[in-house]
Ligand binder design. Sequence first.
Ligand SMILES: Nc1ncnc2c1ncn2[C@@H]1O[C@H](COP(=O)(O)OP(=O)(O)OP(=O)(O)O)[C@@H](O)[C@H]1O
Ligand code: SF4
Ligand SMILES: [Mg+2]
Length: 288
Amino acid sequence: MIRLDSVNKEYKKGGFFSKSTFRALNNISLHIEDGEHVGIIGESGAGKTTLGKILSLIEPPSSGSVFFSSEKITKNNIKQKRKEIGVVFQDPYTSFDPKQTMLHSLLETEQSKENIFKQCKQLNIKESLLYKYPNTLSGGELQRISIARAILSNPKYLLFDEATSALDVSTQAKIVNMLCDINNKKQYTYIFITHDLKLAAFISDRVYVLYDGYIVEETDDINNPLHPYTKMLTETTNFKKSKQSKKNINNGCFFYDTCPYKKDICKNSMPKLNKTDNKKSIRCFLYD
Ligand SMILES: Nc1ncnc2c1ncn2[C@@H]1O[C@H](COP(=O)(O)OP(=O)(O)OP(=O)(O)O)[C@@H](O)[C@H]1O
Ligand code: SF4
Ligand SMILES: [Mg+2]
């Protein structure tokens, strides 16, 4: 189980000497149970990758805590705990050394060639691809090898950050089928970061919706969302670049300007994230 408790992430804004900061994640508390498939969705800039980096222990939070199997992540255990999570990023071309064959890259994760060949065979990756360089492979082939690499370290959790976004639709479908096959052989805990709502709905048991670094909805039924913002997202086919709302300078609800259900209270107060049942939470005064 992975748990985040009141996690904030701030980045420096401006030049080297600047003291001003920008908050990319606000008070994020969430949990991912063993064997669960959890989606993280939101528009561009919502904080999905930042959250992914904290969940995969690539970056530490500015404040708050991360737990893996109830054990708090500290400087002393982070290196060892990082091995428990495999990560697959959007652009496989940048995640492999262009001067190394695929086999050489994989040998950095797993020293036994026999195990590498065995794993690739299980994933229907032709052995001949392993003797090639990244720039001679297609995006789909490379992404399959990225997934093989993530699995080779024998992780408990697998995190995919827009892992299929750069691929054409039929290759995306093949990769998703591959993930389903992998999961049939050994049950992984999957975390899918995506702006593709259909994919999130297909592959996830539960979804967190992010907006400007806040969780605005947690739901086990993304096809029937409750938050007005999530409803709008589900009606927009490709919301990646369609950021409709802007920060409310009165510290009210982020969706105030656009929301058809707004009330007076929404203008100057930010609603809290309220649990409405075991697998649903909503940040909206309509559900207070
Ligand atoms: N290293 C950094 N330094 C400063 N700001 C950052 C850094 N990384 C991310 N940000 C900012 O934090 C916010 C969230 O970025 P993030 O990459 O997490 O968004 P995202 O939801 O993954 O977006 P996308 O869908 O475009 O990948 C953005 O405003 C981004 O500019
Ligand atoms: S809090 Fe108010 S403005 Fe915000 S989504 Fe709910 S009803 Fe709309
Ligand atoms: Mg991202």
